[in-house]
Structures are given as C-alpha cells and as structure tokens.
Ligand binder design. Structure first.
Ligand code: SF4
Length: 333
C-alpha cells in the first residue's frame, strides 16, 4: 500500500460503458460495451504508472475517463484528495490545469492551421493564466525545456518531423505546470530511434518538475524501460498491478505471463518458453462469464467459468485478479 500522504491519484471502481442503441427509433439500449469495468488503483506522486494491454482492452478509455474527457459511468477518481466525480463541469475544467494529456498521434492532435506558438499558448488562455506578456515568457520557457527554438514557434505543425511534433504536444501539456500527465501511447507513432529521444525528454522533465505520469502503451518493452509500477488490463479490467521488477521477473496472472513470454530475453543463451494465447480478445459488449480471460487461459479451472475473481494483494504490493491466488492471501514482506 502507498502511504496516504504520497497518493496523488486514487481510482476506485471506475467504469465506462458505451451503450449500443437500436430499436425502431434507435433510442433503445440493446447492450453495453464494457470498455472499462471497475478498475481501482493508486498512483504515488512523482512515479510513472504504466497501463498496458492489447489493443481494445480499455486502457485509453480509462485514461480519458480519469480526467473526465469521457464521462465515467460510475466510480470515483480522487486527485489530491478531491473527488473529481463530484465536480461540476466548470470546476472540472479548472482542475484540468493540473491534469494534462499527451496524445498518440502528434499530427492529428495539433491544429494544422495554428502556429506552434499559438498551440502552446492556447491552454494558458483557456485557463486564464497570465497576461499576454507573461504568457509569452512561459511559452518561450517551455519551448526551450522541450528542445524547440524560438524561431520554430512561428511555424506550422506540418513543417516538423514526428518527434518534433510530439515535443510540441508535450510542451502544450506542460505549459500549465500540471502535476499529472496522462500520456496515451505517446511514442507509438514514432520511429524507434526517435522514441528514445522523446522518452528521455519526458524523464528529464519528470525529474526537473516532479511530474507524475500515467503511461498508456501496448508496447511491453517501452513500458519496462519507462515505468515504475504497471497495471495490466484485459477486457476492461485490471488483472495484475505491481512494480516493474516483479511483473517482468515473475508475472503471476496467466494473461500477464502470456504477454511477457513473447518478449525477447536479455541474454542470448537464455531460453524462454513462449505461451501462445489461443483465440481473439472477446467482444467487450458480450464478455465471457466468470473470469473474462477463461476461454483463452491455459490454467482455467471450473470455478473460473462462473465466478469472476477480484483483485487481491497476494504479495506485498503485488495485486492479482485470479482464482489461482485467492487462497494465498497477503504475504508480508
Ligand atoms: Fe485463468 Fe482462472 Fe485465473 Fe482467470 S481466474 S486467469 S481463467 S486461472
């Protein structure tokens, strides 16, 4: 458990369902797509918490629901002790000064008709931060911090490479001096050589400004390199949460084991048994009964088909949602 005073963000039973409408007038809810289905976790100040999982597991929806870019269906999100779910629209809008987002596709997320200077300045105007002169000082300051020159600020986004565009996206997120940045696949669209430059920049900024990151990615190698603790998502649920060393050295949940078995080993002579997952990820509008992973699980038992496991602390700070570990309870140390 994280000490209460160190907790920056606490997510409790967060759900986001999307109704599928139909019927004669298209207004009847026929079913719900359970994109995020009751996830809970805490994030410590200054840490990088990774959310990892296959495409469609709900990780990006979770990021948006945390900052209420998508209105959650239920659950609570406490940020510095304030329950975001209870804020009205105006109060939430002000709160977003402290919680910013960096998107995956730096080109699609930047207005192609706006100069880089205006893109970075825009959040300061939206949050009514500073007068024109103060905003200019701040835009120049943050541009320098992310490695952009003053001359580049008068250009348009299409004049930049992918890596530079992501620097602009980071500058825009950073300009309001947020405490938490949700980075949604921030390097997935970039070449490998550029990925490390952007990740190093994000790490330097974290050290300098004490930033906390939620780092959403499908790339297990990048998550291992960048995150302190990691939550593994499957079909809208968190199935395992622990620090990166425990997850990568000794994953417990069968899904996490399968995912990580696909990673190359660091030693050429080390042979690792690859666990091939059978079948595709089921539809979140019609998830399997019991443990939603059971149709693909190599360790499935009868109970798994009917009873959903809950996330439990099975070792110190190591949480798993799986019937295999329910007897073990919390071990100290
Ligand atoms: Fe596999 Fe059962 Fe654990 Fe689900 S609960 S991951 S089906 S062993």
């Amino acid at each position: 458990m994280i000490q209460e005073a160190d907790v920056l963000l606490k997510v409790e039973q967060l759900t986001k369902y999307f109704p599928v409408k139909g019927g004669i007038f298209g207004k009847k809810t026929l079913q719900q797509v359970k994109a995020v289905d009751g996830i809970s976790f805490e994030i410590k100040r200054g840490e990088t918490f990774g959310i990892v999982g296959e495409s469609g597991c709900g990780k990006s929806t979770a990021g948006r629901a945390i900052m209420r870019l998508l209105e959650p269906t239920s659950g609570d999100v406490h940020f510095e002790g304030v329950n975001l779910s209870k804020l009205d629209k105006n109060e939430m809008r002000k709160m977003r000064k402290d919680i910013q987002i960096v998107f995956q596709d730096p080109f699609a997320s930047l207005n192609p008709r706006m100069r880089v200077y205006d893109i970075i300045e825009e959040p300061l105007i939206n949050f009514e931060m500073g007068d024109k002169k103060e905003r200019k000082v701040r835009v120049h300051e943050v541009a320098e911090q992310v490695g952009l020159t003053i001359a580049q600020l008068s250009r348009l986004p299409h004049e930049f490479s992918g890596g530079q565009r992501q620097r602009i996206g980071i500058a825009r997120a950073l300009v309001t001096k947020p405490k938490l940045i949700i980075a949604d696949e921030p390097v997935s669209a970039l070449d490998v050589s550029i990925q490390s430059q952007v990740l190093n920049l994000m790490r330097d900024l974290q050290k300098e400004f004490g930033l906390t990151y939620i780092f959403i990615s499908h790339d297990l190698s990048v998550v291992k390199h960048f995150c302190d603790r990691i939550g593994v998502m499957y079909l809208g649920k968190m199935v395992e949460i622990t620090n990166k060393h425990d997850l990568y050295d000794d994953p417990l949940h069968p899904y996490a084991k399968s995912l990580l078995s696909a990673l190359p080993t660091s030693h050429p002579l080390q042979v690792k048994e690859r666990i091939i997952l059978e079948g595709d990820v089921p539809s979140p509008s019609n998830p399997p009964s019991g443990c939603t992973f059971h149709p693909r699980c190599f360790a499935c038992m009868d109970v798994c088909k009917t009873v959903a496991p809950t996330l439990q602390e099975v070792k110190s700070n190591h949480f798993v949602s799986c019937h295999l570990f329910e007897e073990e309870g919390v071990k100290s140390g």
